[in-house]
Design a protein around this ligand. Structure first.
Ligand code: ATP
Ligand code: MG
Length: 562
């Protein structure tokens, strides 16, 4: 591709709403343009990378026996109603006015529709069906460029099995394919597991990439690869001390002291000597939750600890009714209702908490002695720097982007749509399904989030749109122009994808800047001075290293470097 005639509209400045590196760089390198909020057009350079990502995905899906489909994006609404998913998607689903159609946000229903009656015997199972296709979701806050779009490309795959053991196999195959895909794309990722443990197992795992642009917060251990959403993550952390001698309860006047920080400052003590109280309503009954110092109650964990039923924080008026005190002065002694505590407080003594009387706290609390009935659970949200629950290393807590998702669906869709097969005994059974998605734009964006510097993108094979950026420094010089043109042909004949900067009027500095911005793995610089010695210069984009070589060595050298 010759730059003089290519449509690669690079930009110096980007709109203010582009704040994350991948979004800025996609705009600056002319890969995408926004049409409307959350709706992006891919320009030739960007689409070239999308096609390369698609090919990698196809190869790995075919490798596990996947067969490619292409389903319509425009779907009859009726089929989505049969699984109650028009309601489940709510405003996220796009509806076509005056017609009973919706735009598909995913394709479980449609694949199940095609499986119905067509996969009628256990002998026809298993099957893995996939496609790479446009999805439509009316995301309330499209942002971060193509990472959260209202129209985006997804590779979605569906497995159909006759037994739960076979579903496990299909799931493992996808896990393997996903790892191969992201490895080949050169993306550093980790896997976050979530298992509901329900009968038949609705296990699911998410492939995540660390990024400030992400909307999930995860805890990750670099050393053993433990990873979990902070909603459920646990950590290894010191429990509060138990001193040999337990003081008896004593009241402390603490005027205007509301927070743990204020209490610690007022009494000149460490926050670990305090127990913070939070009151929740569970099934219309108050529950006091005790945390050590400033540790935060994790409401997902609280929900699992309490079990089935609605949990919500108490309103201030309710607090006064139940305890006779405001939020800053509540404590366990004399509370009179159910009390649970975080594991970290287990058997603590000489602790200070609220006295259930405004402007007073109570010291000398011994949980073992004063509250022997109290139940302990893991209730805190983990923080960076705490110990990994699986190994000796420390956890890192950060924001992450979900790149892909593998999910054991079970029979939810087969039941709703009546997708049955006949088992070995001739008995009708619902087909057991799995569903597996990868966002193609997210693969692209995540790669870019991990591969750039202050000068631009850093492409590596196999995602690089071109392998070589050939720069003719001065096209007005005949020797340079003809030698560069010769090299352009020769490189392409050897199988390389070449972007040739043959622009007549652009200065050398301008060409160098563009080459670094666009970021192809290798730059081959053809200049008058070097040509006199029959030499050219190769620059490796990722390291900035420059190598001067003889013209005859060009092809083998490029082969060696890529
Ligand atoms: P998220 O929690 O980020 O909204 P999701 O759980 O809705 O994702 P799935 O329904 O599992 O995502 O879709 C499979 C994959 O499709 C995701 O892992 C992600 O890579 C991609 N994806 C989902 N929503 C979008 C979107 N709005 N824009 C771009 N890609 C998306
Ligand atoms: Mg979503």
């Amino acid at each position: 591709m010759k730059l003089s005639s290519a449509f690669i509209p690079t930009l110096k400045e980007v709109p203010a709403d582009a704040v994350i590196p991948s979004h800025i760089l996609m705009l600056r390198t002319g890969m995408v343009r926004m049409l409307s909020a959350g709706i992006y057009s891919f320009l030739p350079l960007g689409y070239k990378v999308i096609k390369q990502i698609s090919e990698i995905i196809r190869e790995e899906m075919d490798e596990i026996g996947g067969q490619e489909f292409h389903l319509p994006g425009l779907n009859p609404k009726e089929i989505w109603e049969s699984t109650n998913r028009v309601e489940a998607f709510g405003d996220t689903m796009f509806h076509i006015k005056n017609r009973e159609y919706v735009l598909a946000p995913t394709h479980e229903e449609i694949m199940a529709f095609h499986a119905k009656g067509a996969l009628s015997s256990y002998k026809e199972l298993p099957q893995i069906w996939y496609q790479i296709q446009t999805k439509f979701r009316n995301e309330p806050r499209p942002r971060s460029g193509v990472i959260r779009g209202r129209q985006f490309l997804m590779k979605d795959a569906y497995s159909f099995d006759s037994t739960w053991e076979n579903l496990d196999k299909s799931y493992e195959l996808h896990d393997k394919a996903y790892r191969a895909i992201f490895d080949r794309c050169g993306i550093k990722y980790f896997v976050v597991g979530a298992s509901s443990g329900a009968m038949g197992g609705s296990k699911s795992e998410e492939f995540m990439v660390k990024s400030e642009a992400g909307e999930d917060t995860v805890a990750h251990c670099e050393s053993c690869n433990y990873a979990a959403n902070v909603e459920v993550a646990s950590s290894r952390i010191e429990a509060v001390n138990r001193s040999e001698e337990s003081k008896s309860n004593y009241e402390i006047s603490t005027p205007n002291v509301k927070s743990i920080d204020e209490l610690c400052a007022f009494l000149n003590i460490d926050e670990r000597q305090t127990a913070k109280s939070r009151v929740y309503m569970f099934k219309d009954k108050p529950v006091l939750v005790l945390m050590s110092g400033n540790d935060e109650v994790n409401e997902t964990k609280l929900g699992s600890a309490l079990g089935e039923g609605q949990v919500r924080p108490c309103h201030p008026e309710e607090l006064a009714d139940i305890t006779g005190a405001d939020a800053g002065s509540i404590g366990p002694i004399g509370f009179g209702h159910r009390i649970i505590a975080d594991n970290r407080l287990k058997d603590g003594n000489n602790l200070i908490s609220g006295a259930n009387k405004n402007d007073y706290h109570l010291g000398g609390i011994d949980f073992k002695r004063d509250l022997p009935e109290m139940e302990y659970f893991d209730l805190r949200t983990v923080e960076s720097g705490e110990g990994c629950p699986r190994c000796d290393a420390k956890l890192d807590v950060f924001r992450a982007i979900e790149l892909g998702h593998i999910f054991k669906l079970g029979t939810k869709y087969s039941d709703a749509l009546g997708v049955n097969f006949l088992d070995e005994n001739g008995k009708a059974q619902p087909i057991i399904m799995g569903s597996y998605g990868i966002g193609l734009e997210r693969v692209l964006a995540c790669y870019m989030e991990q591969n750039y510097d202050e000068r631009g993108v850093i492409w590596k094979k196999p995602l690089a749109p071109f392998d070589v950026h050939l720069i003719a420094l001065n096209m007005k010089n005949e020797t340079v122009a003809s030698k560069a043109a010769e090299m352009y042909d020769e490189l392409r004949k050897s199988g390389w994808q070449v972007l040739f900067d043959d622009r007549l009027d652009a200065s050398a500095g301008f060409k160098f800047n563009d080459a670094d911005l666009l970021g192809m793995p290798l730059q081959v610089v053809v200049g008058e001075k070097n040509l006199k010695e029959n030499m050219v210069e190769i620059k490796i984009r990722s390291t900035g290293e420059k190598i001067k070589i003889n013209l005859d060595e060009l092809i083998p050298k490029i082969k060696q470097l890529i």
